[in-house]
Design a protein around this ligand. Structure first.
Ligand SMILES: Cc1cc2nc3c(=O)[nH]c(=O)nc-3n(C[C@H](O)[C@H](O)[C@H](O)COP(=O)(O)O)c2cc1C
Length: 462
Protein backbone atom coordinates (compact mmCIF):
# COMPACT_ATOMS: atom_id res chain seq x y z
CA UNK A 1 0.00 0.00 0.00
CA UNK A 2 1.01 3.63 -0.36
CA UNK A 3 2.71 4.67 2.84
CA UNK A 4 3.03 8.38 2.19
CA UNK A 5 0.98 11.31 3.41
CA UNK A 6 0.17 12.62 -0.08
CA UNK A 7 -1.40 9.37 -1.25
CA UNK A 8 -3.43 9.17 1.95
CA UNK A 9 -4.78 12.72 1.58
CA UNK A 10 -5.62 12.09 -2.09
CA UNK A 11 -7.41 8.79 -1.36
CA UNK A 12 -9.30 10.27 1.61
CA UNK A 13 -10.33 13.27 -0.50
CA UNK A 14 -11.67 10.96 -3.22
CA UNK A 15 -13.68 8.96 -0.67
CA UNK A 16 -14.84 12.01 1.33
CA UNK A 17 -14.59 15.10 -0.90
CA UNK A 18 -15.84 17.49 1.83
CA UNK A 19 -13.22 16.27 4.27
CA UNK A 20 -10.20 17.70 2.44
CA UNK A 21 -10.34 21.47 2.14
CA UNK A 22 -7.86 23.40 0.00
CA UNK A 23 -7.26 26.96 1.14
CA UNK A 24 -6.02 28.98 -1.83
CA UNK A 25 -6.06 32.43 -0.24
CA UNK A 26 -2.79 33.49 1.39
CA UNK A 27 -2.43 32.75 5.10
CA UNK A 28 0.05 33.95 7.68
CA UNK A 29 2.10 31.56 9.80
CA UNK A 30 0.98 33.63 12.81
CA UNK A 31 -2.22 32.02 14.17
CA UNK A 32 -4.13 31.56 10.86
CA UNK A 33 -3.66 27.78 10.73
CA UNK A 34 -4.90 27.33 14.29
CA UNK A 35 -7.72 29.85 13.93
CA UNK A 36 -9.16 28.02 10.93
CA UNK A 37 -8.98 24.66 12.72
CA UNK A 38 -10.80 26.18 15.71
CA UNK A 39 -13.53 27.66 13.50
CA UNK A 40 -14.14 24.30 11.79
CA UNK A 41 -14.24 22.61 15.21
CA UNK A 42 -16.79 25.19 16.40
CA UNK A 43 -18.91 23.92 13.51
CA UNK A 44 -18.16 20.32 14.62
CA UNK A 45 -16.03 19.65 11.54
CA UNK A 46 -12.54 18.18 11.33
CA UNK A 47 -11.44 18.29 7.67
CA UNK A 48 -7.84 17.98 6.53
CA UNK A 49 -6.75 21.51 5.61
CA UNK A 50 -4.27 22.20 2.86
CA UNK A 51 -2.85 25.75 2.82
CA UNK A 52 -1.43 26.24 -0.65
CA UNK A 53 -0.18 29.80 -0.17
CA UNK A 54 1.69 30.66 3.01
CA UNK A 55 2.80 34.28 2.99
CA UNK A 56 6.60 34.50 2.84
CA UNK A 57 7.18 30.78 2.19
CA UNK A 58 7.07 28.55 -0.86
CA UNK A 59 6.16 25.37 1.03
CA UNK A 60 2.48 24.51 1.60
CA UNK A 61 1.16 23.55 5.06
CA UNK A 62 -1.12 20.57 5.67
CA UNK A 63 -2.90 20.21 9.01
CA UNK A 64 -5.69 18.26 10.74
CA UNK A 65 -4.61 14.98 9.11
CA UNK A 66 -5.23 12.95 12.29
CA UNK A 67 -8.03 15.10 13.69
CA UNK A 68 -11.03 12.85 13.16
CA UNK A 69 -11.98 9.27 13.95
CA UNK A 70 -13.29 9.13 10.39
CA UNK A 71 -9.83 9.77 8.91
CA UNK A 72 -8.17 7.30 11.29
CA UNK A 73 -10.76 4.61 10.50
CA UNK A 74 -10.21 5.29 6.78
CA UNK A 75 -6.47 4.82 7.31
CA UNK A 76 -7.10 1.43 8.95
CA UNK A 77 -9.73 0.55 6.34
CA UNK A 78 -12.51 -0.15 8.86
CA UNK A 79 -15.84 1.49 9.78
CA UNK A 80 -15.59 4.13 12.50
CA UNK A 81 -17.37 1.96 15.10
CA UNK A 82 -14.73 -0.77 14.68
CA UNK A 83 -11.80 1.62 15.01
CA UNK A 84 -10.59 1.04 18.61
CA UNK A 85 -11.02 -2.75 18.45
CA UNK A 86 -9.17 -3.01 15.12
CA UNK A 87 -6.44 -0.66 16.34
CA UNK A 88 -6.10 -2.82 19.49
CA UNK A 89 -5.87 -6.01 17.40
CA UNK A 90 -3.27 -4.71 14.96
CA UNK A 91 -1.13 -3.13 17.70
CA UNK A 92 -0.16 -6.65 18.74
CA UNK A 93 0.99 -7.74 15.28
CA UNK A 94 4.58 -6.67 14.95
CA UNK A 95 6.04 -6.60 11.41
CA UNK A 96 9.72 -5.73 10.93
CA UNK A 97 10.51 -2.78 8.61
CA UNK A 98 12.32 -3.05 5.25
CA UNK A 99 15.14 -0.84 4.07
CA UNK A 100 14.87 1.11 0.83
CA UNK A 101 17.59 3.14 -0.84
CA UNK A 102 17.04 6.55 -2.43
CA UNK A 103 14.07 7.86 -0.45
CA UNK A 104 12.32 10.94 -1.91
CA UNK A 105 13.51 13.12 1.00
CA UNK A 106 17.08 12.80 -0.30
CA UNK A 107 16.08 15.10 -3.18
CA UNK A 108 17.70 18.02 -1.39
CA UNK A 109 20.07 17.67 1.56
CA UNK A 110 21.39 20.80 3.26
CA UNK A 111 24.19 20.59 5.81
CA UNK A 112 26.29 22.91 7.97
CA UNK A 113 25.57 26.61 7.59
CA UNK A 114 23.03 25.90 4.80
CA UNK A 115 20.63 24.52 7.38
CA UNK A 116 18.02 27.14 8.26
CA UNK A 117 15.02 25.87 10.18
CA UNK A 118 13.54 29.37 10.20
CA UNK A 119 13.07 29.09 6.42
CA UNK A 120 10.43 26.42 6.98
CA UNK A 121 6.82 27.64 7.35
CA UNK A 122 6.71 26.86 11.07
CA UNK A 123 3.50 28.33 12.53
CA UNK A 124 2.75 30.16 15.72
CA UNK A 125 -0.40 28.62 17.20
CA UNK A 126 -1.80 30.59 20.17
CA UNK A 127 -1.00 34.11 21.39
CA UNK A 128 0.36 32.62 24.65
CA UNK A 129 3.01 30.56 22.83
CA UNK A 130 6.66 31.49 23.30
CA UNK A 131 7.38 31.33 19.57
CA UNK A 132 7.10 29.24 16.42
CA UNK A 133 6.57 25.52 16.96
CA UNK A 134 7.09 22.32 15.02
CA UNK A 135 4.12 20.33 16.31
CA UNK A 136 4.20 17.42 13.85
CA UNK A 137 7.86 16.61 14.42
CA UNK A 138 8.20 12.86 14.90
CA UNK A 139 11.38 12.33 16.88
CA UNK A 140 13.26 9.11 16.05
CA UNK A 141 16.21 7.77 18.05
CA UNK A 142 17.82 4.54 19.21
CA UNK A 143 18.23 3.34 22.77
CA UNK A 144 21.95 3.96 23.51
CA UNK A 145 22.03 0.68 25.45
CA UNK A 146 19.92 -1.76 23.40
CA UNK A 147 19.77 -0.14 19.96
CA UNK A 148 15.97 -0.50 19.88
CA UNK A 149 14.49 2.45 18.00
CA UNK A 150 11.58 4.55 19.15
CA UNK A 151 9.57 7.37 17.65
CA UNK A 152 7.15 9.88 19.12
CA UNK A 153 5.84 13.39 18.68
CA UNK A 154 7.53 16.10 20.73
CA UNK A 155 7.03 19.83 20.52
CA UNK A 156 9.96 21.83 19.14
CA UNK A 157 10.34 25.59 19.57
CA UNK A 158 12.53 27.01 16.79
CA UNK A 159 15.08 29.20 18.55
CA UNK A 160 17.72 29.64 15.82
CA UNK A 161 18.81 28.57 12.33
CA UNK A 162 19.88 25.17 13.63
CA UNK A 163 18.58 25.15 17.21
CA UNK A 164 15.31 24.10 18.80
CA UNK A 165 14.04 23.70 22.35
CA UNK A 166 12.30 20.34 22.84
CA UNK A 167 10.15 19.05 25.66
CA UNK A 168 10.26 15.32 26.44
CA UNK A 169 7.61 15.72 29.15
CA UNK A 170 5.70 12.50 28.41
CA UNK A 171 8.70 10.85 30.05
CA UNK A 172 8.40 7.59 28.19
CA UNK A 173 10.98 5.86 25.98
CA UNK A 174 12.53 8.92 24.36
CA UNK A 175 12.99 10.58 27.75
CA UNK A 176 14.75 7.45 29.00
CA UNK A 177 16.92 7.13 25.85
CA UNK A 178 18.09 10.73 26.30
CA UNK A 179 18.70 10.13 30.01
CA UNK A 180 20.81 7.07 29.18
CA UNK A 181 22.87 8.96 26.59
CA UNK A 182 23.31 11.90 28.95
CA UNK A 183 24.47 9.59 31.75
CA UNK A 184 27.36 8.59 29.44
CA UNK A 185 28.01 12.28 28.67
CA UNK A 186 26.93 11.70 25.05
CA UNK A 187 24.47 13.50 22.77
CA UNK A 188 21.41 11.53 21.60
CA UNK A 189 21.59 11.26 17.80
CA UNK A 190 18.07 11.74 16.49
CA UNK A 191 15.97 12.84 13.54
CA UNK A 192 12.81 14.95 13.44
CA UNK A 193 10.53 13.65 10.71
CA UNK A 194 7.66 15.64 9.20
CA UNK A 195 4.86 14.60 6.85
CA UNK A 196 3.76 11.07 7.69
CA UNK A 197 0.93 8.65 6.94
CA UNK A 198 -1.61 8.52 9.82
CA UNK A 199 -0.73 4.88 10.56
CA UNK A 200 2.86 5.94 11.27
CA UNK A 201 1.47 8.55 13.69
CA UNK A 202 -0.83 5.99 15.33
CA UNK A 203 1.94 3.41 15.71
CA UNK A 204 4.25 5.94 17.32
CA UNK A 205 1.86 6.40 20.24
CA UNK A 206 1.71 2.71 21.18
CA UNK A 207 3.21 1.14 24.31
CA UNK A 208 5.26 -1.83 23.00
CA UNK A 209 7.61 -3.81 25.27
CA UNK A 210 11.12 -2.35 25.52
CA UNK A 211 12.65 -4.81 23.05
CA UNK A 212 10.18 -3.93 20.27
CA UNK A 213 10.84 -0.92 18.01
CA UNK A 214 7.95 1.34 17.03
CA UNK A 215 8.60 0.72 13.30
CA UNK A 216 7.50 -2.89 13.94
CA UNK A 217 4.29 -1.62 15.52
CA UNK A 218 3.62 0.58 12.49
CA UNK A 219 4.17 -2.48 10.28
CA UNK A 220 1.43 -4.27 12.20
CA UNK A 221 -0.95 -1.37 11.58
CA UNK A 222 -0.01 -1.19 7.90
CA UNK A 223 -0.26 -4.97 7.45
CA UNK A 224 3.09 -4.87 5.66
CA UNK A 225 6.65 -3.78 6.51
CA UNK A 226 7.16 -0.05 6.99
CA UNK A 227 9.62 1.18 4.39
CA UNK A 228 12.52 2.95 6.12
CA UNK A 229 15.61 4.68 4.76
CA UNK A 230 18.95 5.74 6.23
CA UNK A 231 19.51 9.33 7.28
CA UNK A 232 22.07 11.30 5.26
CA UNK A 233 24.40 12.17 8.15
CA UNK A 234 23.41 9.84 11.00
CA UNK A 235 23.45 6.09 11.61
CA UNK A 236 19.67 6.05 11.95
CA UNK A 237 16.64 5.11 9.87
CA UNK A 238 13.43 7.05 9.33
CA UNK A 239 10.20 6.36 7.40
CA UNK A 240 11.19 6.52 3.72
CA UNK A 241 8.13 8.47 2.61
CA UNK A 242 8.79 11.45 4.92
CA UNK A 243 8.37 14.92 3.44
CA UNK A 244 11.08 16.60 5.53
CA UNK A 245 13.78 15.15 7.81
CA UNK A 246 15.84 17.22 10.24
CA UNK A 247 18.90 15.31 11.44
CA UNK A 248 20.76 16.28 14.57
CA UNK A 249 21.22 15.55 18.25
CA UNK A 250 19.91 16.39 21.71
CA UNK A 251 22.78 17.83 23.70
CA UNK A 252 23.81 16.20 26.98
CA UNK A 253 23.61 18.37 30.09
CA UNK A 254 22.11 21.36 28.26
CA UNK A 255 18.81 22.94 29.31
CA UNK A 256 17.42 26.18 27.88
CA UNK A 257 14.09 27.95 28.43
CA UNK A 258 11.36 26.46 26.20
CA UNK A 259 7.68 27.43 26.23
CA UNK A 260 5.11 28.41 27.29
CA UNK A 261 2.98 26.53 24.77
CA UNK A 262 -0.76 25.90 24.40
CA UNK A 263 -1.01 22.26 25.42
CA UNK A 264 -3.45 19.32 25.23
CA UNK A 265 -4.61 20.13 28.76
CA UNK A 266 -6.29 23.30 27.46
CA UNK A 267 -3.87 25.54 29.33
CA UNK A 268 -0.88 27.72 28.47
CA UNK A 269 1.69 25.30 29.79
CA UNK A 270 4.86 26.58 31.40
CA UNK A 271 6.24 23.15 32.18
CA UNK A 272 8.91 21.62 29.98
CA UNK A 273 11.95 19.36 30.24
CA UNK A 274 13.83 22.12 28.35
CA UNK A 275 16.07 19.86 26.28
CA UNK A 276 18.10 21.33 23.42
CA UNK A 277 18.19 19.96 19.86
CA UNK A 278 20.87 21.04 17.36
CA UNK A 279 20.30 20.33 13.65
CA UNK A 280 23.12 19.05 11.44
CA UNK A 281 21.22 18.41 8.21
CA UNK A 282 17.91 19.22 6.60
CA UNK A 283 16.60 16.83 3.93
CA UNK A 284 13.56 17.63 1.80
CA UNK A 285 11.43 16.00 -0.88
CA UNK A 286 10.94 17.85 -4.13
CA UNK A 287 8.22 20.47 -3.45
CA UNK A 288 7.71 19.21 0.10
CA UNK A 289 4.59 19.52 2.24
CA UNK A 290 5.04 20.92 5.74
CA UNK A 291 2.82 19.04 8.19
CA UNK A 292 1.44 20.89 11.21
CA UNK A 293 -0.60 19.36 14.04
CA UNK A 294 -3.08 21.81 15.53
CA UNK A 295 -2.30 22.34 19.21
CA UNK A 296 -4.23 22.78 22.48
CA UNK A 297 -7.30 20.56 22.79
CA UNK A 298 -7.83 20.40 19.03
CA UNK A 299 -8.82 17.01 17.64
CA UNK A 300 -5.63 16.94 15.58
CA UNK A 301 -3.64 16.91 18.84
CA UNK A 302 -5.70 14.59 21.02
CA UNK A 303 -7.96 12.27 18.98
CA UNK A 304 -5.14 9.76 18.44
CA UNK A 305 -4.07 10.03 22.08
CA UNK A 306 -7.51 8.99 23.37
CA UNK A 307 -7.81 6.21 20.82
CA UNK A 308 -4.45 4.63 21.54
CA UNK A 309 -5.29 4.59 25.25
CA UNK A 310 -8.62 2.91 24.50
CA UNK A 311 -6.84 0.30 22.36
CA UNK A 312 -4.08 -0.34 24.91
CA UNK A 313 -6.61 -0.56 27.79
CA UNK A 314 -8.64 -3.09 25.77
CA UNK A 315 -5.52 -5.19 25.23
CA UNK A 316 -4.40 -4.97 28.87
CA UNK A 317 -7.85 -5.85 30.24
CA UNK A 318 -8.31 -8.73 27.81
CA UNK A 319 -5.63 -10.67 29.69
CA UNK A 320 -7.54 -10.61 33.00
CA UNK A 321 -11.15 -9.55 32.51
CA UNK A 322 -13.22 -11.77 30.20
CA UNK A 323 -16.24 -9.55 29.55
CA UNK A 324 -15.21 -5.95 28.85
CA UNK A 325 -18.08 -4.32 26.92
CA UNK A 326 -16.76 -0.79 26.43
CA UNK A 327 -13.73 1.50 26.95
CA UNK A 328 -13.84 5.26 26.47
CA UNK A 329 -11.07 7.79 27.09
CA UNK A 330 -13.15 10.95 26.68
CA UNK A 331 -12.26 14.37 25.36
CA UNK A 332 -13.50 15.84 28.67
CA UNK A 333 -10.45 14.25 30.31
CA UNK A 334 -8.23 15.70 27.54
CA UNK A 335 -8.04 12.18 26.00
CA UNK A 336 -5.44 11.42 28.65
CA UNK A 337 -6.52 11.55 32.30
CA UNK A 338 -9.91 9.81 32.45
CA UNK A 339 -11.11 6.35 31.38
CA UNK A 340 -14.57 4.77 31.54
CA UNK A 341 -14.78 0.99 31.40
CA UNK A 342 -17.93 -1.15 31.27
CA UNK A 343 -17.89 -4.84 32.18
CA UNK A 344 -20.29 -7.73 32.59
CA UNK A 345 -19.04 -9.05 35.92
CA UNK A 346 -18.67 -12.79 36.26
CA UNK A 347 -16.75 -12.87 39.55
CA UNK A 348 -17.07 -10.81 42.73
CA UNK A 349 -14.52 -8.00 42.96
CA UNK A 350 -13.87 -7.78 39.22
CA UNK A 351 -14.71 -4.08 39.02
CA UNK A 352 -12.05 -3.21 41.61
CA UNK A 353 -9.54 -5.45 39.80
CA UNK A 354 -10.07 -3.37 36.64
CA UNK A 355 -8.83 -0.19 38.32
CA UNK A 356 -5.10 -0.98 38.82
CA UNK A 357 -4.92 -2.66 35.42
CA UNK A 358 -6.17 0.49 33.67
CA UNK A 359 -3.97 2.79 35.77
CA UNK A 360 -1.01 0.58 34.90
CA UNK A 361 -1.46 1.06 31.16
CA UNK A 362 -0.28 4.65 31.16
CA UNK A 363 0.92 7.03 33.85
CA UNK A 364 -1.24 9.92 32.55
CA UNK A 365 -4.47 8.09 33.51
CA UNK A 366 -5.64 9.28 36.91
CA UNK A 367 -9.41 8.69 37.04
CA UNK A 368 -10.96 5.32 36.18
CA UNK A 369 -14.71 4.78 36.44
CA UNK A 370 -15.93 1.19 36.15
CA UNK A 371 -19.60 0.62 35.30
CA UNK A 372 -21.87 -2.30 34.46
CA UNK A 373 -22.56 -3.34 30.88
CA UNK A 374 -25.98 -1.63 30.82
CA UNK A 375 -24.17 1.74 30.90
CA UNK A 376 -23.02 3.36 27.65
CA UNK A 377 -19.44 4.53 28.28
CA UNK A 378 -19.74 6.95 25.34
CA UNK A 379 -22.66 8.71 27.09
CA UNK A 380 -21.05 10.67 29.94
CA UNK A 381 -24.43 11.44 31.48
CA UNK A 382 -25.10 7.69 31.73
CA UNK A 383 -21.70 7.15 33.38
CA UNK A 384 -22.34 9.90 35.94
CA UNK A 385 -25.84 8.47 36.61
CA UNK A 386 -24.17 5.17 37.50
CA UNK A 387 -21.76 7.00 39.82
CA UNK A 388 -24.68 8.87 41.42
CA UNK A 389 -26.83 5.80 42.03
CA UNK A 390 -24.47 2.81 42.40
CA UNK A 391 -21.40 4.21 44.17
CA UNK A 392 -20.90 4.46 47.93
CA UNK A 393 -17.81 6.51 48.69
CA UNK A 394 -16.78 4.56 51.80
CA UNK A 395 -16.48 1.28 49.90
CA UNK A 396 -16.18 2.09 46.20
CA UNK A 397 -13.22 4.46 45.93
CA UNK A 398 -9.61 3.41 45.38
CA UNK A 399 -7.09 6.22 45.93
CA UNK A 400 -3.36 6.01 45.22
CA UNK A 401 -1.36 9.02 46.37
CA UNK A 402 2.10 10.20 45.33
CA UNK A 403 2.10 8.44 41.97
CA UNK A 404 3.85 9.17 38.68
CA UNK A 405 1.59 11.41 36.61
CA UNK A 406 1.61 13.88 33.76
CA UNK A 407 4.12 16.69 34.11
CA UNK A 408 1.76 19.02 32.22
CA UNK A 409 -1.27 18.34 34.44
CA UNK A 410 -1.59 21.69 36.24
CA UNK A 411 -3.15 20.00 39.27
CA UNK A 412 -0.13 17.69 39.68
CA UNK A 413 2.88 19.08 41.51
CA UNK A 414 5.83 20.63 39.65
CA UNK A 415 7.41 17.16 39.33
CA UNK A 416 4.25 15.70 37.81
CA UNK A 417 3.45 13.66 40.93
CA UNK A 418 -0.29 13.10 41.27
CA UNK A 419 -3.01 11.16 43.10
CA UNK A 420 -5.10 8.59 41.22
CA UNK A 421 -8.72 7.69 41.77
CA UNK A 422 -10.66 4.60 40.78
CA UNK A 423 -14.45 4.55 41.19
CA UNK A 424 -16.37 1.30 41.25
CA UNK A 425 -19.81 2.39 40.05
CA UNK A 426 -21.10 -1.12 39.46
CA UNK A 427 -24.03 -2.75 41.28
CA UNK A 428 -23.04 -5.09 44.14
CA UNK A 429 -22.12 -8.43 42.59
CA UNK A 430 -24.64 -11.23 43.08
CA UNK A 431 -26.81 -9.20 45.51
CA UNK A 432 -30.30 -7.82 44.93
CA UNK A 433 -30.31 -4.21 43.71
CA UNK A 434 -32.94 -1.67 42.73
CA UNK A 435 -34.72 -2.47 39.49
CA UNK A 436 -33.79 -0.19 36.59
CA UNK A 437 -36.62 1.54 34.72
CA UNK A 438 -36.96 -0.04 31.30
CA UNK A 439 -39.75 0.38 28.73
CA UNK A 440 -41.16 -2.70 26.98
CA UNK A 441 -39.10 -3.24 23.78
CA UNK A 442 -42.18 -3.65 21.57
CA UNK A 443 -43.58 -0.31 22.72
CA UNK A 444 -40.22 1.36 22.04
CA UNK A 445 -40.23 -0.13 18.53
CA UNK A 446 -43.75 1.26 18.04
CA UNK A 447 -42.68 4.71 19.34
CA UNK A 448 -39.61 4.75 17.10
CA UNK A 449 -41.67 3.98 14.02
CA UNK A 450 -44.29 6.59 14.98
CA UNK A 451 -41.69 9.33 15.53
CA UNK A 452 -40.13 8.47 12.18
CA UNK A 453 -43.54 8.80 10.50
CA UNK A 454 -44.31 12.07 12.29
CA UNK A 455 -40.91 13.41 11.30
CA UNK A 456 -41.67 12.75 7.66
CA UNK A 457 -44.94 14.73 7.79
CA UNK A 458 -44.79 18.28 6.52
CA UNK A 459 -44.19 20.92 9.13
CA UNK A 460 -47.75 22.33 9.61
CA UNK A 461 -46.49 25.74 10.80
CA UNK A 462 -46.73 28.60 8.30
C1 LIG B 1 0.53 15.78 18.52
C2 LIG B 1 1.28 15.24 19.69
C3 LIG B 1 2.20 16.04 20.33
C4 LIG B 1 2.94 15.55 21.41
N1 LIG B 1 3.85 16.35 22.01
C5 LIG B 1 4.65 15.85 22.97
C6 LIG B 1 5.69 16.64 23.53
O1 LIG B 1 5.87 17.82 23.21
N2 LIG B 1 6.50 16.07 24.44
C7 LIG B 1 6.33 14.77 24.85
O2 LIG B 1 7.10 14.29 25.68
N3 LIG B 1 5.34 13.99 24.35
C8 LIG B 1 4.50 14.51 23.41
N4 LIG B 1 3.50 13.74 22.88
C9 LIG B 1 3.32 12.37 23.36
C10 LIG B 1 4.33 11.42 22.79
O3 LIG B 1 4.52 11.63 21.41
C11 LIG B 1 3.90 9.98 23.00
O4 LIG B 1 3.74 9.76 24.36
C12 LIG B 1 4.89 9.00 22.42
O5 LIG B 1 4.28 7.75 22.33
C13 LIG B 1 6.14 8.89 23.24
O6 LIG B 1 6.98 7.98 22.59
P1 LIG B 1 8.15 7.22 23.36
O7 LIG B 1 7.50 6.21 24.26
O8 LIG B 1 8.89 6.57 22.25
O9 LIG B 1 8.92 8.23 24.11
C14 LIG B 1 2.73 14.22 21.83
C15 LIG B 1 1.79 13.42 21.20
C16 LIG B 1 1.06 13.92 20.12
C17 LIG B 1 0.06 13.04 19.43
Amino acid sequence: MSQDLRSFVAAYGRAHPDEVVRVAEPVSIAYDVMALVLEYERRRRFPILMFDTVAGYDIPIVTNVVASRRALAFALGVPERALAAEYARRLKEYVKPVLVADPPFRHRVLTGSDVDLQALPVPRYFPGDAGRYLTAGMLVARDPETGVETEGYHRFQVTGRDRMGVSLHSRRRMFEYQRRAEAKGKPLACAVVLGLHPLVSMGSLAYPPPDVGKFEVVGGLLGEPLRIAPCATLDLHVPATAEIVIEGEILPGAREPEGPFGEFTGYVSRRSTEHVFVAKALALRERPWFQSIASGRAGDHITTLGLVREAEILNALSRAIPNVTGVHVPLSGTSAFTAYVSIAQSRPGEAKHVIPIVLGVDHYLKLVIVVDDDIDVFDESDVLWAVATRMQADRDLVVIGGSLGALLDPSADERGVTAKLGIDATRPFGAPFAEKLVMAPDRMAWARALVDRLGRQEDPRP
